[in-house]
Ligand binder design. Structure first.
Ligand code: GCU
Length: 711
């Protein structure tokens, strides 16, 4: 079902009003009142459209101080609408320079929000409300963002489709020509999107696919971009566009797009001028160049730096930036994992200060587990930003429950050792270790026109988690999950007659949070344990296909290239005897990854080709361990089904049934992963499946024919 924001759910609003005081009561633990309130109602539909921002009737609050601008008035309105603190309280907004407040950060206590900027006040309001709703302490807090730019990347095409999107069509583009008029429904939808982003600190949106069409810079496209920017601006969100490097030739009809050609340079200058005339606060360009068949400066014998700098020079007078992606690889390279490092490290220090190199968390491509990209910390004189994938391209689309904060936390907290111990990816990218003119982080969005925006309720948690980690790259996954659950499944949407704060905590929050925290490792276990990667059956990137190798297809697009299974063992040898990708990591990681004994077992087959009989730390042979991991992955998802069924009394019917249904399919597909991979690899290991492991229920030949395409 598709629903745009203007189709509001009146029933929900009315029912929310009935429970207006529940949240406050909940936080002050007035159990008796809670029980009687809840006991009178039991039907609340919830299609998830309100995300983590459900309406709650507020207590009385007066806002004083600076309220001069529309953004401050918006901040005051939000505070009044959501206030759950002391009834009759007064809150003071102050815009005042303070050395301890950075960027759009803020200082806050229960009756004052101070910031250097209006946007900081708005963020302070959302933070205060979040704290009230999740019963977190509100002492004297200073909160500064880890990154200056916190950006969603939408892989949306102008025809309205979304690359790797699993939640319906684009919220920005509709097809049929982007010149189609902007409707009131569009505007309301974009406002709602902007508000959700601002509530978690996101301040930028790239509106179109990195596989950009040159038409993205056409006047029709720019006009719609301008209309989107207008709705996002009040919430402090700048718009950016992905551009195609051949735009001068394709759109401008020039003979070339060579970045050193004066005509090309001028074309970009006048195009940028046109953009800023329409959108004075335009953020800049995102560029995928010389990657997966897209054009780029190398087509003209130039470097990434030549290409990026030419664009940066055009954007500089207006304060715009270039986010230049390091996701590059070609079929010629022997180890795809090494290519980005090889291409970008020699260019360190050669980029303009308004260029940021955007680097995926791992060296291959958003796999369920990868080591961090060795570019983090290796680029020392160039701004660099992490790119995470919120949409679950390789982690079950919107059909599987996978909470991604643990994956991102693992990456951010990985120690690169580049500047001594403790040089985490977080510190290598947020300006703590290297002086970067700009700091930034990007997440590939999972948002579409579906009523719940993301395809299922739990997929929303990944949007939320990205924003929260972009604001504070030291947050723990558990805190994020708990916060999100408390705001998303607030008890006023529960249907039980017997809910109390204590049993909500024990019977709902704790087990569901546990399930979320386990879900990423679970996905690794039933799909690609022990460092296996990229073994999907084709381009849909959903189901297993370790056997998938159609004749004529580029080797690096086939799973056997990655798993290298043979009668001796399995895994990609990236040691000095193999591709030597280990050499791209700083000591002591280089030595640690090089040695099979010291290599972390969760990355073993990423770095080593290991004999089937190799003894693992558990005492199991590698083969037995692999089977055991697949088995535990499936068992965990079965556990999620039980956990979810147990929390039925605490969840509204719609979302309960939706997730119950999803988990059924999730389990079935996890089983297919397990059976497909175990039976396929067994042909090489020639070893029996350990008896403790559940027997396969599918036949390999059936699975090999089954495409498991996204339905
Ligand atoms: C992956 C994904 C593509 C995407 C690419 C990118 O390869 O499958 O759809 O275009 O990443 O990040 O550019």
């Amino acid at each position: 079902m598709n629903l745009t924001s203007n189709q509001s759910n009146n029933t929900l609003n009315i029912m929310n009003t009935i429970f207006r005081d529940f949240i406050h009561v909940f936080s002050t633990c007035s159990l008796v009142l809670v029980v009687s309130l809840i006991g009178t109602q039991n039907l609340l539909a919830n299609n998830g459209n309100d995300l983590w921002l459900s309406n709650h009737l507020s207590k009385q609050v007066t806002v004083i101080g600076s309220l001069k601008t529309p953004m401050l008035q918006l901040a005051a309105k939000e505070l009044k609408n959501g206030w759950q603190g002391r009834d009759g309280a007064t809150v003071l907004f102050t815009i005042k320079k303070d050395k301890s407040i950075k960027l759009d950060g803020f200082r806050l206590d229960s009756n004052r929000i101070q910031s250097n900027s209006e946007l900081g006040i708005l963020y302070g309001v959302y933070d205060l409300l979040r704290r009230q709703q999740t019963s977190q302490p509100i002492g004297s807090i200073v909160s500064n963002p880890s990154y200056e730019l916190r950006i969603l990347n939408h892989w949306d095409n102008s025809d309205g489709s979304v690359e790797r999107g699993y939640a319906g069509r684009s919220i920005f583009w509709r097809g049929g020509g982007t010149q189609l008029s902007v409707t009131e429904g569009d505007r309301l939808l974009w406002q709602k999107y902007a508000r959700a982003n601002a509530s978690i600190g996101i301040n930028g949106s790239v509106l179109n696919n990195v596989n950009a069409n040159p038409q993205a810079l056409s006047i029709e496209f720019l006009q719609r971009t301008c209309a989107i920017a207008k709705e996002l601006r009040p919430y402090g969100i700048k718009v950016y566009l992905s551009i195609n490097f051949s735009s001068p030739a394709e759109l401008g009809k020039l003979k070339s797009s060579d970045p050193l050609n004066p005509e090309v340079i001028n074309w970009w200058k006048s195009k940028v001028k046109e953009v800023y005339q329409l959108i004075p606060d335009f953020g800049g360009f995102l560029v995928k160049a010389n990657s997966e068949g897209l054009p780029g400066p190398q087509d003209f014998g130039r470097t990434h730096a030549d290409g990026a700098n030419m664009l940066a020079d055009a954007l500089k007078p207006y304060g715009g930036i270039v986010m230049w992606r390091a996701f590059v690889y070609s079929p010629s390279d022997k180890d795809r994992a090494k290519q980005a490092y090889n291409e970008f490290v020699p260019l360190d220090g050669m980029f303009r200060d308004n260029v940021i190199i955007q680097v995926k968390n791992g060296p291959i491509d958003f796999q369920p587990r990868e080591p961090f990209s060795p570019l983090f910390g290796a680029l020392k004189k160039t701004s660099i930003m992490p790119e995470f994938q919120i949409t679950q391209e390789y982690l079950g689309h919107s059909l599987q429950l996978v909470f991604l904060a643990p994956l991102w936390e693992e990456c951010l907290q990985s120690d690169t050792h580049q500047e001594g111990d403790g040089s985490t990816v977080a510190k290598c990218t947020d300006g703590s270790l290297f002086s970067q003119k700009h700091t930034a982080i990007a997440g590939v969005a999972n948002i579409g026109l579906d009523a719940d925006w993301c395809g299922n309720a739990f997929a929303q948690s990944n949007w939320y988690a990205f924003g929260r980690l972009a604001w504070d790259n030291n947050l723990k996954s558990e805190q994020i999950a708990l916060e999100w659950l408390q705001q998303t499944f607030t008890p006023d949407q529960a249907i039980t007659k017997k809910i109390t704060p204590k049993n909500w905590q024990d019977a709902f929050l704790t087990p569901v949070c546990q399930m979320m925290l386990q879900s990423r490792e679970t996905a690794v276990n039933y799909s690609m344990p022990l460092g296996l990667h990229h073994i999907f059956a084709g381009n849909h990137h959903y189901g297993p296909g370790p056997w998938y190798a159609p004749r004529g297809l580029r080797k690096d697009w086939t799973p056997p290239y990655y798993h290298q299974a043979d009668s001796l063992g399995i895994g990609f040898d990236r040691t000095s005897k193999g591709s030597n990708a280990v050499s791209q990591y700083h000591e002591p990681l280089n030595a640690m990854f090089e040695n099979v004994e010291s290599c972390p077992e969760n990355l073993l087959l990423w770095f080593h080709h290991v004999p089937w009989t190799y003894r693992m730390k558990s005492g199991n042979s590698l083969w037995d361990e692999l089977c055991t991991k697949y088995n535990s992955g499936v068992n965990s998802v079965r556990g999620f089904q039980k956990t979810w069924d147990q929390v039925q009394p605490y969840v509204d019917k719609d979302r309960f049934l939706d997730i119950q249904h999803m988990l059924r399919r999730h389990t079935r597909d996890a089983q297919i992963w397990k059976d497909g991979c175990i039976l396929y690899f067994q042909q090489f290991s020639n070893m029996p499946i350990p008896l403790e492991v559940e027997r396969p229920i599918y036949d390999l030949d059936v699975l090999m024919k089954m495409e498991m395409l996204y339905p």
